[in-house]
Every structure is written in structure tokens, then in C-alpha cells.
Design a protein around this ligand. Structure first.
Ligand code: NDP
Ligand code: MG
Length: 381
């Protein structure tokens, strides 16, 4: 029986992870969970899974939760997430929080040699070098939950890394893939939240529409698979059936396919190298789909992807700025304070204003993250 600490339990990935745990009560026990503020979503989870430890965002949420559920171990904030991640009883940490807040808990879990399933790509974008360095030092493998990275991980299984030509990440194109830039200048929050293939949290849905999600995934792939940026390609594939591919030195290409359902990669990250049944996931029927489409990625149409490649190649604190600026800009858009295209304007401005620091330590990363957040917020005035 594996004891799980689930960070981000009330989110889209969190809830789908719980669905997996529910299917395999003989294999997994939800030992601890962390969430932000969504008490209404958390209460039924707590009642059902009876975790020994709970972490909430702040003291206010803790007080509110204490009024409705009896629990004598409610922890708070980043410190709480670190505590459940290093707890001697925890076997697997699933990081499914939104944003770079997941960084310190992930680093602590790695230092304590926990098995890690990582959905939280912002952690790898903001400080990939620190995370991978710790993982190497502690001989911990990070099992990817992101569907593209789970695909690549599976395509690389048993292969010689030296024989990889390139990784091909597929992108669905998000909510506005068929719109021109003139058309997306006028879109609103509701339009942007309407993703054609995946039902996900609000932030990643906007990231998919701006194509920043694919940009973050390029940086995530660079770190997870130790591959240079010029060996990572992105192509549009609107059906999200091929989750990603790897091309090898003999020009052979291995792809991983499936119906779009995040429970598949989530479960694989928990059971690797084994595969368990997942009856509730839709089987792939290619004859029903009939056609798959592929297009070249246009970096002028999707400048966020270009910014991510550039920031990744510059390295150091550049990806930290990219990520923090994006988190703030998307939040401002979701609150109705800026237009859709202003997201990319704000990110570009933050990148232009930053003087890169190479090989930053954790303290530097956290400082640059906070500075960038303040700066981008100030662009509003
Ligand atoms: P959601 O917004 O649906 O959920 C985020 C979760 O994180 C919620 O439980 C939220 O709590 C919690 N949270 C947010 N801020 C904090 C904080 N400061 N401290 C503690 N908990 C916090 O996001 P998703 O599930 O969509 O995405 C999670 C991660 O997985 C992201 O990094 C995303 O890029 C990645 N991912 C998601 C996919 C998807 O299909 N959704 C696919 C691939 C990757 P609360 O709501 O209670 O405040
Ligand atoms: Mg993905």
C-alpha cells in the first residue's frame, strides 16, 4: 500500500487523481492532501478519504475548515506542503498545484527521496536546474503527469538517449486555434476558457489559448529529458490523439496515442513501470476518428511559444521571469483587468526588462519571481 501526499487535491488534476485512487483502494492510501481555499470541494474529499494530514493556503481557510470538519492536523501554507511532502509516512508526492508555489515542496520531497509524480510544470520552468540537480543527487526520478511528457517518457522507454534526434511535442492549439490575431484581439474570458479537447483548471486553459502552455512544456521537456532546445519541435495536432513523439537517429518515430484523458498519464505516473486497468477511460478507436491533422507551428501567430524558446535558451533566471510574468498576466486577464493579447505584451515587457542571472540558487529564484510579480502588476498603471 503506497501512501500518497496530494498537493492541489481540489484542482482538475487533483480530482482526477482521486478518481484513480478510488479505483485502486488496495494499492493507494491518501495519507495527506493540500489545497488552497476551496473548502466546498475539499469537504467531501476529506470525508471520503479521511487523510491524516491536511494543508490549506492560510489561517483564515484553516479556521473556516475547522468549523465544518473535525480534524486535529490542519497545517498551513508552503511550510505545510513541505511538511507533508517530507513526512516519513509519505511514499509518493503528487504535485498538482497551480503555479511555482509547488517549487519548495518538490525540492524538499526530492531531498527526502520520495517518489514524485509531477503535473506542476511551473516548478520545472522556474527552477528546472535546481530540481533536476537534486533529483540526480538523490537518485529520485520525476514521473511526468503532463500528457505530452508522459508520452515522451513512454517513447523513450528502453531506448538509448544518445540515439534521439528530436522530441516532437504536439499542441492542440487551444480555444482560439482557428482564429486570426485580429479575431483574438476581441475575445473575452469565457471564450478563452472554452477548450475544445481538455477540461482543465482556468490558468492552464488560458495558457493553452496563448500557446504559453506549450512553451512551458518545451522547457519542462528540456529539463525532464535533458535535451537541448534545438532538438525540441512543436507541431499543431488538433485532435490530441498523438500525445507526443520521439524521432530517433534512424529516422524511426515512436509516438504514444490515446483518447484525451488525463487519468491515463496520472495513473501511469503512480504505477510505473506497471500498468493497471482503467475501465472508465475511453478506448481509442482510430476508425471512429478517421482523420488526424498536423500543421506547422507559426511563431508569429503564437509569440508566447517563441518567448518560451528564447527564455529557455537564455537560461538562468529568464524562465523564472517568463513563468512569473505569465502567472500574473493570466491572473489579470482572468480578473477582467487586461485583454487577451495584453498577456503576451506584459510577458515580453518583463523579459525585455530583465538582466539574466546565470545558475541562480533558490534564494535568487524566489527573489526574481517576487520582483517579476510586482513589476508586472505595476504595468497596470
Ligand atoms: P487547478 O487550478 O484546477 O487546481 C490547482 C490546485 O492547486 C487547486 O487544488 C488549488 O486549490 C491549489 N492551489 C492553488 N494555489 C495554491 C497555493 N498557493 N497553495 C496550495 N494550493 C494551491 O489546476 P490544474 O489541476 O488544471 O493544474 C495543476 C497543475 O497541473 C498545473 O501546473 C498545470 O499546468 C498542470 N497540468 C494540468 C493539466 C490539466 O488537465 N488540468 C494537464 C497537464 C498539466 P484551491 O482551488 O482549493 O484554491
Ligand atoms: Mg500538457
Amino acid at each position: 500500500m503506497k501512501k500518497i501526499a496530494l498537493l492541489g487535491a481540489t484542482g482538475s488534476i487533483g480530482m482526477q487523481t482521486l478518481d484513480i485512487l478510488r479505483q485502486h483502494p488496495d494499492q493507494f492510501d491518501l495519507y495527506a492532501l493540500a489545497f488552497g481555499k476551496n473548502i466546498d470541494k475539499a469537504i467531501p474529499i476529506i470525508n471520503e478519504f479521511k487523510p491524516k494530514k491536511i494543508v490549506v493556503l492560510d489561517n483564515d481557510t484553516k479556521r473556516k475548515l475547522e468549523n465544518v470538519v473535525y480534524h486535529n492536523d490542519i497545517l498551513v501554507g508552503n511550510q505545510g506542503m513541505i511538511e507533508i511532502s517530507v513526512d516519513s509516512k509519505t511514499d509518493i508526492v503528487i504535485n498538482a498545484v497551480m503555479g511555482s508555489v509547488g517549487l519548495e515542496a518538490t525540492l524538499s520531497a526530492i531531498k527526502n527521496k520520495k517518489q514524485i509524480a509531477i503535473a506542476n510544470k511551473e516548478t520545472l520552468v522556474t527552477a528546472g536546474h535546481l530540481v533536476m540537480e537534486e533529483a540526480k543527487k538523490n537518485n529520485v526520478s520525476l514521473l511526468p503527469v503532463d500528457s505530452e511528457h508522459s508520452a515522451i517518457f513512454q517513447c523513450l522507454n528502453g531506448e538509448n538517449r544518445g540515439e534521439v534526434n528530436k522530441i516532437i511535442l504536439t499542441a492542440s492549439g487551444g480555444s482560439f486555434r482557428d482564429k486570426t490575431r485580429e479575431e483574438i484581439a476581441k475575445v473575452n474570458v469565457q471564450d478563452a476558457l472554452n477548450h475544445p479537447n481538455w477540461s482543465m483548471g482556468a490558468k492552464i486553459t488560458i495558457d493553452s489559448a496563448t500557446m504559453m502552455n506549450k512553451g512551458l512544456e518545451v522547457i519542462e521537456a528540456h529539463w525532464l529529458f535533458d535535451i537541448p532546445y534545438d532538438q525540441i519541435e512543436v507541431i499543431l495536432h488538433k485532435e490530441s490523439v498523438i500525445h507526443s513523439m520521439v524521432e530517433f537517429s534512424d529516422n524511426s518515430v515512436i509516438a504514444q496515442l490515446g483518447s484525451p484523458d488525463m487519468r491515463v498519464p496520472i495513473q501511469y505516473a503512480l504505477t510505473y513501470p506497471k500498468r493497471l486497468e482503467l475501465p472508465q477511460a475511453k478506448k481509442l478507436d482510430l476508425t471512429e476518428i478517421n482523420q488526424l491533422h498536423f500543421n506547422k507551428m507559426d511563431l508569429n501567430r503564437f509569440p508566447c511559444l517563441r518567448m518560451a524558446f528564447d527564455a529557455g535558451k537564455k537560461g538562468g533566471t529568464m524562465p523564472t521571469v517568463l513563468n512569473a510574468a505569465n502567472e500574473v498576466a493570466v491572473d489579470l486577464f482572468l480578473k477582467g483587468k487586461i485583454s487577451f493579447l495584453t498577456i503576451e505584451t506584459f510577458i515580453q515587457k518583463a523579459l525585455d526588462n530583465h538582466r539574466v542571472i546565470q545558475s541562480p540558487d533558490l534564494q535568487t529564484i524566489l527573489e526574481v519571481d517576487q520582483q517579476t510579480r510586482r513589476q508586472v502588476t505595476s504595468y497596470l498603471n
